[in-house]
Write a protein that binds this ligand. Sequence first.
Ligand code: FES
Ligand SMILES: [Fe+2]
Length: 386
Amino acid sequence: MSQSAEMISLARRALHHLHHKTTDQADEIMSLPVDAYVDPVRYERELERIYKHRPLALALSVELPAPMHYRAMTVIGTPVLLVRGADGVARAFLNACRHRGASVCEEGRGTAQRFVCPYHAWRYDTQGKLIGIYDPEKFGKVDAMSHSLTELPCAERSGMIWVSLTPGESWDIGDWLCGFDKELDTLDLGNWFLYDQREITGPGWKVCWDGYLEAYHHNTVHANTLAKYTIGNLMLHDTYGPHQRLTMGRKTLGELDQLPEEQWDPQTHLRLIHSVFPNVSLSGIVGDHCLVTQMFPGATPDKTITRQTILAAREPVTPEQKQATATFSAMALEAVQDEDYKVGAKIQAGLKSGANKAFVFGRNEPAIQHYHNWVARFVAEDASAR
Ligand code: FES
Ligand SMILES: [Fe+2]
């Protein structure tokens, strides 16, 4: 189906729900013991089997827009250095010197011709190769080939850079995405303008992430932000292996009733969210702005770091464009930090109280059900069988 035919089909489905006061539904209500949110042993196993061994979308291609651009970060305790080499290829390394382990690059984004370790000045090129050591006559002979930065499996696809935190892991990014790359390609992520990036702390991984997967809470939690623009509790649910596309209707959706389908511009009336397993959400692409969320589990099950990236279709230049982008950015921060995570903090605090032995996911929350089913599936999988 062509992209426009797909969008028309989504608009039809959304309108049908609007007329009938319905939404896409799971077959049944699902119950999940709250152990899944608090058990530290299970948490460790999830980090190991999902976050440490599966491809994670660690950066957008626009964060490394040209050769010599880098992005350094710590992911689940692992120091990672992403670099676009002189050959244009994005690579990932452990950000640890091969002499005695110091970080060779400060966290953040920037450009570099080479990386010089701050401890004893060993030097690496943008492809991770050791190109020189300090005072080699006194140090003794070092084999450069076997002292390159340790490379991590990495692939660039659909405007994102995917990395696994375990050296030597082998995977095919196409297999992992299960066709979702075609959906991601429609977003043309490589051509957006990176307006802002920030990190916010939040409650535990699943408490946070549940909120990114349903529209049931929009009219209540986001009455003054998102709910002004989108219809609450109406969602189309499409899946691609563990990944998901969620489609909501904008408040203007009903206007399509007045027009023949040939004149529809579905983009204007729908809000698409692409949810990349396990921790990335691309939201609100329609229109001129997009919120990219990357959520990383913290040191304990009750904490996370969320990285928000604000993209604009083009660099805002006029006062009106600057205002529109600033407004979108502020709303994204408010909706998550002051609305979602405020509720989340209370949920997190209550988890230990014993009030709930299990949480319940409604039939109108199919994406949360899908997510938790896939988490359980990966955790149950025999790691040695991979
Ligand atoms: S730890 Fe990097 S040069 Fe010594
Ligand atoms: Fe929310």
